[in-house]
Design a protein around this ligand. Structure first.
Ligand code: SF4
Length: 436
């Protein structure tokens, strides 16, 4: 029987990149990718546990396979990723028809786990720390010119609302030279843009070298021939030193886009969140970035309705959002994650107040985004073309160095190349233009 697998991915870029490793490992062991889940005899769910909604969706999707599994006993269902890492074998009790539970550090051993699960055995394998195999995993990249590159895993910060340190473990940096070698190889193979991934990229190196090495890494990668764009996700405002701002300013390949999670604008809430910076620190950093990296786009994450958030706290958040002039913001209504410190906090903000604050925040941010985009009308920008627009096949979609989405009429031959586009129209979330 051919061994066909199908991977379902939830969550962030880190998880999407882990799925590329899952696919790479299984292909290297003679498995084949199935185009649809129904054609697969192994279905792998790569899970996320950051938000409760992703967890609920997973249970729904895995449970929907139960009737298929009842009819086809040979179907193997595997659940990996953050939720599996956090819950371990408890997941199997919640979903008894799941055959394999594997952690974020166990991808290399997945082929063996699949072999072990044949014949109906239930298998669980969760490594608490990464093994040395992680860096050598084969990767099946989804895109020939854009690539994710992991520089560290885990996080030491324990922000009070966040489950990541419990799910992904402590911060572990990849050796500097391993990252350089991977990026050199990618550039040789035609990759134009890389995104460096870590939960807290700018604390990179502390565990390995005893000091922060992120700026040094940016400068070294900037020297690699063939590579055109370097992005990173996500830095922590507390660790964003002047050296990283300087490297961003001086390295021509480092894109003028910084995602700088704010979370809240009130010092009182920031302290309860254990973020390690104040509103003043944050705004000073934003000012410094705008001053030293001309034309830089800053985007952010904001949580509305953290336990105990008052109207005054919220007005501080609105104040930062107005003053920082974000180009985009991922805004979330706070929902407790079991196992975090914040989940035990009293003074929950009533739902209707959270929703009202969310709507007000959205309005301010929509204005920011539109304002930022309107400034680009009549300007010419460089876009890396990603594909056809979702709505119209004759329209291409690409991204500027500042990570703005640009749609323009063009042919599919432009996909995965750079194009010069003149901006004709601005909306809050995208730009429209025409080829130069
Ligand atoms: S820095 Fe805070 S929010 Fe980010 S992953 Fe670490 S604990 Fe979570």
């Amino acid at each position: 029987m051919t061994k066909k697998f199908f991977v379902v991915t939830y969550g962030c870029q880190m998880n999407k990149h882990d799925s590329e490793k899952i696919v790479g490992v299984l292909l290297a062991h003679g498995y084949e990718c199935a185009k649809e889940m129904e054609k697969a005899n192994i279905v792998i769910f790569n899970t996320c546990c950051v938000r409760k909604s992703a967890e609920d969706k997973l249970y729904g999707n895995v449970n929907s396979l139960k009737t298929i599994k009842d009819k086809n006993k040979d179907l193997i269902i595997a659940v990996g990723g953050c939720l599996a890492q956090k819950e371990g074998s408890d997941l199997q009790m919640k979903m008894p028809h799941v055959d394999i539970i594997f952690g974020t550090h166990n991808i290399a051993n997945l082929p063996n786990l699949i072999e072990s699960a044949k014949g109906g055995r239930r298998v669980t394998e969760i490594l608490k720390v990464p093994s040395s195999k992680i860096k050598d995993l084969p990767v099946r990249r989804e895109n020939p010119v854009r690539a994710w590159v992991t520089i560290s895993t885990g996080c030491n910060n324990f922000c009070s609302y966040c489950i990541v340190p419990y799910a992904r473990g402590r911060e572990t940096s990849r050796p500097f030279e391993d990252i350089v070698l991977e990026v050199e190889k990618l550039a040789d193979e035609g990759t134009l843009e890389i995104t460096l991934l870590g939960q807290n990229v700018n604390s990179y190196g502390m565990d390995l070298y005893g000091k922060l090495h992120f700026a040094k890494l940016l400068r070294r990668l900037n020297e690699i021939d063939g590579l055109e764009r370097i992005r990173f996700m996500s830095p922590h405002p507390r660790d964003f030193g002047r050296d990283v701002v300087l490297a961003s300013a001086e390295c021509d390949k480092v894109c003028e886009h910084i995602h700088l999670p704010l979370q809240a604008g009130s010092d009182r809430v920031l302290k309860k969140m254990k973020r390690g910076y104040t509103k003043k620190d944050y705004l000073a950093l934003v000012e410094n970035i705008y001053k030293m990296v001309p034309g830089c786009s800053i985007t952010t994450d904001v949580i509305v309705g953290f336990p105990g958030e008052t109207e005054e706290d919220f007005s501080n958040t609105l104040d930062v959002v107005r003053r920082a002039k974000y180009d985009n913001a991922f805004m979330f209504v706070y929902s407790p994650r079991e196992g975090t410190e914040a989940a035990k906090m009293k003074n929950r903000v009533p739902k209707e107040i959270k929703m009202d604050r969310f709507a007000r925040l959205l309005e301010v941010q929509n204005r920011n985004s539109l304002q930022g985009n309107l400034c680009l009308v009549d300007n010419e920008v460089e876009v890396l073309v990603e594909g056809e627009s979702k709505k119209n096949k004759d329209v291409m979609m690409g991204r500027t160095r500042t990570n703005k989405v640009v749609n323009f009429p063009g042919s599919t031959s432009l996909i995965n190349t750079f194009a010069r586009v003149k901006i004709k129209e601005a909306r809050s979330w995208s730009l429209k233009g025409e080829l130069k």
